[in-house]
Each structure stands twice: as structure tokens, then as C-alpha cells.
Design a protein around this ligand. Structure first.
Ligand SMILES: Cc1cc2nc3c(=O)[nH]c(=O)nc-3n(C[C@H](O)[C@H](O)[C@H](O)COP(=O)(O)OP(=O)(O)OC[C@H]3O[C@@H](n4cnc5c(N)ncnc54)[C@H](O)[C@@H]3O)c2cc1C
Length: 481
């Protein structure tokens, strides 16, 4: 294969999800000619099957929960009359409302050449879409990930839902089995339970959200159980059995095995990089054992003019990381001959949108222990924040890890209402290098949940009060009495 003397375009981007959209937007903004190829719906997972539909469903579920829970607020509790079809119609309305932001029309108007169809690499500079071949000096792969459906015996005989087909349900599953206690499994298990399904959540790990500290898992599990979700951790799926339209899953535990009956199963055990249609092998583009495309710190694949970003390469599968990486991929692809930037993963926040939310940035306590990193931990309960009391949302806490003897933040975990919003103050602290003293010195409006961030800083300050100075000040006051 020989490199063309001239190219049709500066950059080809494959996949119009968060990673591909932002890559092509950056390229167009710096006046490069860019072709964006998408085989399905513009917006990818986030808009069509991920963040947007799930958060919309979660909101409807929260309304149902509030009605059921209204007695706590002095208002007669009612069992909500959930119109599942209308809930799903709202999900699709939200997608439709946001879709213009990611549309062919918008991107074309921004200067991106949008092509509909499945792209396949022909050589390091040529991409085929149907009958058409397009050449570019650089290519960005942003084809995302798809739900992993494990090859459990009998799985082909049962109605399997994943985040891809879930959104076309028109009837609420009566008994929903959710496989996977990670963020997606927990969010959807709680949402479907609140919407009236009988939900069983299983995971072979011994706790939910295993990336978080154990106390987070315990709190979340207790909330889910209190709302009626049957949480079965330490349960391994062994075999699906389907007889006369009735479905069961045989699961094994440390002590034996049992069977769970269900109507539909939602598989949320992880998402695998989508490489199948790209033709990577022919070009020798390397992948890692987990199936993600291997890249260097500049997001270059093993073919140096081909870059990858987003869920296709990991290591984090979040929309905000896809966009973060997209900047590096686009800038390095277009300007790499002049200067290059190493992708920066120093401060990566994430949120699990259960109720209470779980938000994290930087190190967890368990990670600090595992890596032998010295830390101090300061914790404050949400129940001690006035606004949490007035709102009736006292469940939760903040836990901040700092460098011993210093106010520099190593990591923060927040569990509670609006944790996803509150964590941003700590994301900023880690990003810009300011510590707990600066957070304490910042005015937080009263009464807000954000006071939690300041209170924990105050707790830290009290622990590190300058004792000798205070002794001296005390003597000073005594003199003036
Ligand atoms: C249920 C669920 C909830 C989620 N919630 C959140 C959340 O709250 N917050 C968060 O940050 N993240 C969330 N995520 C993760 C988030 O959706 C992804 O991290 C993000 O969408 C990744 O973007 P991407 O551009 O890498 O991939 P994608 O969005 O998957 O885009 C890839 C695109 O490439 C296209 N494509 C693939 N192959 C080809 C080809 N050969 N030719 C042309 N086009 C191709 C696909 O059709 C797709 O449109 C959630 C995911 C799920 C499933």
C-alpha cells in the first residue's frame, strides 16, 4: 500500500458519538477539512441508548418514588399509577429534544462533512463507506462500545434486554432480573423497581459498585433493599432455563445454588469495544486483551497516523472522558508534526446516578490502601447539613482523602442527593491544585447541600488547628479580660 500524494480531507473520524462528534468539531473549528462517518444515529450511545434515556427514565422513577414516599413530607402517600408507555414516550421526547445538537444539519453547518454509512479501513489513509473511498492524512477511530452479553448456557432462549434494546420496551417487565451491580445495573434496577417492576439484581462480586469503597456499596445496597430490590451479590449466573414461556436462571453461591424466576433479563455486565466492523486486523492495529484498541499517551494506535478515543480505547467509559480524549486525538492528529500533547488522566470524575447519587474524583480509600499511598481521611455526614434535613435527604456523606499533614486533596467520594453536582468543587480543587483551606475560605450560600463540601474542610481544619498559636491567643485574651 502506498500513501496517496494528495488527500481528500485532513481528517476522517469514524463514529459520531461523543468522541467522534467532539473530534470533528475541534477539527472544523481549527479550519481543517474533516469527514465524519456514522453508520447509525448521530449522537451514539450517550444520546440514543445511554446517558440521556437512562437519566430521563431515572427522573420519572424518582417522581414515582416521591409519590410513594410523600408521607414523610406530610402529604398523603399514594401508589403511583405508572403509565409505562408514557414514561418511555418521555424518554424518546428527551432524546428528540437533544438530538438537534448532534445532528447532521448542525455539524454540516459547523463545517463538518457528514457521511452516513459503515466505515471500514482499507489502508492507513483510506476508508471505504459503501462504494465510496475517502482518503485522509489522519484518521480517528471513535466507534464506541457495545454491551457484553456473556455466553451463559441457555441465554439464547430467554428475552435478553441490554442498554441497546431496552429503550424500545413499551410494556413494563413484571419481574426483571438485572445482571450486573455496576453503575448501569444499579441505576436501572432502582429505576425499574420504582416504576413498579419486581426487580432482582445479581452480581458475582460480593458487593455493588466494586470500584467504590465498601461503605458506599453497603449504603447503596441498603437503600435498594429498602425500596424493594432483591440484591443478590456473590451470586454467579450458571444457566438459563426456559420452559413453556417461563424463564429461570440457575445461580451458584459460596454455599450452594438456587433458581430465580423472571420475565425479562437486563444484562449490564460491561461494555466491549466495538471493533468488529472497522477492519483493524488487515492494518495490524493492535488491541488489548480486554478488546480495547491499544493507544499511546498521544492516543495514537499502532499505526501512527490513526488515532482512537472514547469507549473504543478506554480506560474510562464516560461521555466526558470521550470528549476529553477527543481534544487530544484531534489536536495531535492535526498538529502532531508541530507539537503533541499527552492525554491527561490526572483528575477524572464520575457519577453513578442512583438515589442517593455516588460521585467520585481522585483516590478512594481502598485505592490508597492498595497502592500504599499515605493519606488522612476526613468525613462529614450529610445529615448534619441543614439543607439535607429540610429536604429530607439526609442519606449520605462526604469523605475526603488528603496528604498527611497537608490540605492537598487526593480524592473525594460523595454519596447523597446531588452528589454529582457537589463533586465539581473537588474536581476543581484537584485540577487547579487548591486544597481544603481554600474550600473553607469560600463562601457557600446557606442553606445549600454544597455546605457539605465546606463542612468537611472545616472538620479537617479543626483536626489541624495550630495548637501552640491557639495557646498563645488564649493567653492574649486572658490578659485583656
Ligand atoms: C445505559 C448507559 C448509561 C450511561 N450513562 C452515562 C452517564 O450517566 N454518564 C457518562 O458519562 N456516561 C454514561 N454512559 C457511557 C457513555 O454513553 C459512553 O461513554 C459514551 O457514549 C462513549 O462515547 P463514544 O463516542 O466513545 O462511543 P459511542 O457513543 O458508542 O459512539 C460510537 C459511534 O460509532 C458508530 N460506529 C461504530 N462502528 C462504526 C463504523 N464502522 N462506521 C461508522 N460508524 C460506526 C456507532 O454507531 C456509534 O454511533 C452510559 C452508557 C450506557 C450504556
Amino acid at each position: 500500500m502506498s500513501r496517496p500524494r494528495r488527500f481528500d480531507t485532513n481528517l476522517i473520524v469514524i463514529g459520531a458519538g461523543s468522541a467522534g462528534l467532539i473530534s470533528s468539531l475541534i477539527a472544523a473549528t481549527v479550519r481543517a477539512r474533516v469527514t465524519l462517518i456514522e453508520r447509525g444515529a448521530m449522537g451514539g450511545d450517550c444520546l440514543n441508548t445511554g446517558c440521556v434515556p437512562s437519566k430521563t427514565l431515572i427522573r420519572s422513577a424518582k417522581v414515582a418514588h416521591t409519590l410513594r414516599d410523600a408521607g414523610r413530607f406530610g402529604i398523603g402517600a399514594v401508589e403511583p399509577d405508572v403509565d409505562f408507555e408514557a414514561v418511555m414516550a418521555r424518554v424518546h421526547a428527551a432524546i428528540a429534544q437533544i438530538a438537534p445538537n448532534d445532528s447532521v444539519e448542525r455539524y454540516t453547518s459547523l463545517g463538518v462533512d457528514c457521511v452516513q454509512g459503515e466505515a471500514r479501513l482499507v489502508d492507513p489513509w483510506t476508508v471505504a463507506v459503501g462504494e465510496r473511498s475517502i482518503t485522509a492524512r489522519n484518521i480517528i477511530l471513535a466507534s464506541g462500545a457495545t454491551p457484553f452479553v456473556p455466553p451463559i448456557p441457555g441465554i439464547d432462549e430467554v428475552p435478553v434486554l441490554t442498554s441497546e434494546n431496552l429503550w424500545s420496551l413499551t410494556e413494563r417487565p413484571a419481574r426483571l432480573l438485572v445482571m450486573g451491580g455496576g453503575p448501569i445495573g444499579c441505576e436501572l434496577a432502582q429505576a425499574f423497581c420504582r416504576l413498579g417492576s419486581t426487580v432482582t439484581l445479581i452480581d458475582m462480586e460480593d458487593r455493588l459498585l466494586p470500584r467504590e469503597d465498601p461503605e458506599v456499596s453497603t449504603l447503596l445496597a441498603s437503600v435498594l433493599v429498602s425500596e424493594g430490590v432483591q440484591v443478590l451479590t456473590g451470586h454467579r449466573a450458571e444457566e438459563f432455563v426456559s420452559e413453556s414461556g417461563r424463564h429461570r436462571l440457575r445461580v451458584s453461591t459460596a454455599t450452594g445454588s438456587t433458581e430465580l424466576e423472571f420475565d425479562q433479563v437486563l444484562v449490564a455486565v460491561g461494555r466491549r469495544a466495538h471493533t468488529a466492523s472497522l477492519g483493524l486486523d488487515a492494518l495490524g492495529i493492535e488491541t488489548d486483551p480486554d478488546g480495547t484498541v491499544r493507544v499511546d499517551r498521544y492516543l495514537r494506535t499502532s499505526v501512527p497516523n490513526i488515532y482512537a478515543c472514547g469507549d473504543l480505547t478506554g480506560p474510562y467509559q464516560f461521555t466526558h472522558m470521550a470528549s476529553h480524549q477527543a481534544w487530544y486525538a484531534a489536536v495531535n492528529a492535526l498538529f502532531g508534526r508541530l507539537w503533541r500533547f499527552k492525554v491527561n488522566y490526572a483528575v477524572v470524575p464520575w457519577v453513578t446516578f442512583t438515589d442517593p447519587e455516588v460521585a467520585r474524583v481522585g483516590l478512594s480509600q481502598a485505592e490508597a490502601e492498595d497502592r500504599g499511598i499515605a493519606y488522612e481521611v476526613t468525613r462529614h455526614e450529610l445529615a448534619e447539613v441543614d439543607r439535607a434535613v429540610t429536604d429530607g435527604s439526609e442519606h449520605g456523606f462526604i469523605k475526603v482523602l488528603t496528604v498527611p499533614g497537608k490540605d492537598r486533596v487526593l480524592g473525594a467520594t460523595i454519596v447523597g442527593a446531588e452528589a454529582g453536582e457537589l463533586i465539581t468543587e473537588y474536581v476543581a480543587a484537584l485540577t487547579h491544585g487548591y486544597g481544603l483551606k481554600a474550600i473553607m475560605g469560600t463562601i457557600h450560600s446557606y442553606p445549600t447541600l454544597a455546605e457539605l463540601n465546606k463542612f468537611v474542610a472545616g472538620d479537617w481544619r479543626r483536626k489541624h488547628a495550630p495548637g501552640r498559636v491557639l495557646d498563645w491567643v488564649s493567653r492574649y485574651h486572658a490578659l485583656w479580660r
